[in-house]
Design a protein around this ligand. Sequence first.
Ligand code: ATP
Ligand code: MG
Length: 571
Amino acid sequence: MRLSRLLVPTTKETPNDAVLPSHIYLLRGGFIQNAGGSGLYNFLPLGKRVLDRVRKVIKEELDKAGCQEVSLSFVTPAALWQESGRYEKYGKELLRFKDRKENEFVLGPTHEEMMVNLVRQSVKSYKQLPLNLYQINLKFRDEIRPRFGLMRGREFLMKDGYSFHTDEADMKREFALMEETYKKIFTRLGFDFRVVEADSGAIGGTGSKEFMVLAESGEDTLAVCDGCDYGANIEAAVRAPKITDTPVPAYEAAEVETPGVATIEEVASFLKVDPHYVIKTVAMRALYNEGKSEIVLFALRGDDTLQEVKATNAVDANALEELDEETLKAAGLVPGYMSPFQEDKSLRVVWDNALKEAYGMVCGADKEGYHRVGVDLRGMEATFADLIEVQEGDRCARCGGTLHYTKGIEVGHIFQLGTRYSEPLGCNFLDENGKSKPMVMGTYGIGVSRLLAAIIEQHHDDRGCIWTPASAPFDVVVIVSNAKEESQTEAAESLYDALKKKGYDVLLDDRKDRFGSKMKDFELIGIPYAIIVGKKLGEGLVEVVKRDGLERSDVLPEDLIKETERYVCFS
Ligand code: ATP
Ligand code: MG
């Protein structure tokens, strides 16, 4: 391909709303273009080439693992989403619309329902299982905050795969195979990544893992152990029970006056107890389907913090909202002095696991200026759940090591779904005894367009992109230093032909522009190697520049062709 013929509208200006290097360089390098609405992008020729390279790696590894590629309709009948019970639960991210006949549809944000519908129509017997079907296709999520370019778009490209099995054990085998396959994919693409335990969100099911590309700009916080390979999204991270040296307060059960003392720290210091022994009561509004909602109280130890995703899951809500003082008062609650022991028994209370069998505790007395001490929870019948957010310095539940935070970009997510979709949608098979059973499923996603942003977040410098060999739009660019010099053009053309014959994807920068601006484009675009045909041609040499680090070396053109791999380490 000749750069003079290729549409690569590079620019010097940093676009207004772009803050991340990946967003800036993908726009400036002429890879993508905003399509005129937030979170909508067009892929220009270079961007499309990268996408295709990435897609090729994904497809090769999946096909090797026995997965089969299909392509499902992007426009999805809403009826399928009603059947699965997810139509409302998915919330505003789901773009719903009607056709001219008033039939309702959604633009698929993920395709569990569609794939289950495909399989339930075509698979009837255990003999046809297992199956792993995938597609690399568009998704639409009306994200509340589309940002960072391809990182969080509204329309984006996802690889979504779904596996179908006769039993749980076989699904787990496939889940492990997909974990290994994903590791191969992300390794080939050149990522520094980590596999972490994850929350399963709106897709449902249990047992899910995320593939996180480690980058400061990542939107996800991970808790990772310094002693073993435990890592988890903060939404799902667990810790070993906390141990405190401070003794359980020796107060007898009583109500005590605590004037003007409302926060956990104030209470703890006023009553001279460790916040570990103060019960924190957090009131939230839980939102459910059909506009239903209720106030829920979450009780945890004073030195712990509520993890909102865990809390949402604990009450099986779609989301949680904070409540203002007025609403609390109207519900008969006393801000600052609230306890989980409400007279109104219809009020739902969830206790954190760390409060099980606790005693000698302090909590609000549900009246202004008073607290209760000596609260004993031993033997209490109540709903308990894991509600806490792991903090840095907490101990690892696996090895006792120390947990730290790090930031990650979620590029893949694999779930053990079980029968969450096959049951409501009636995706059944006949087993060896002729008995009808729901198929056991797994689901596996990769954010394909997000990968482009993630690659650049990990591989760039202050001049531009540095594509990894497996993702680069071209393997190498041959730059004619001065296109007016016939000898240079000739030598470059013959190098270009020879490298193409060797099977490389070669770009020839044959533009009549200044050498300096061609080099600037090379640095911005980030093709792994440039071969500069310039002044040194007189001495029979060309120059090889490695984009990563910009190291230069002089090489004889013949040697370059003979031993390309020595100078240009292609993947
Ligand atoms: P996130 O937590 O980042 O919103 P998610 O957990 O909702 O993502 P999944 O439902 O697991 O996403 O989708 C599978 C993959 O699709 C994700 O791992 C991610 O890489 C990608 N993805 C999800 N949302 C977007 C988006 N808005 N833009 C680009 N890629 C996305
Ligand atoms: Mg996810």
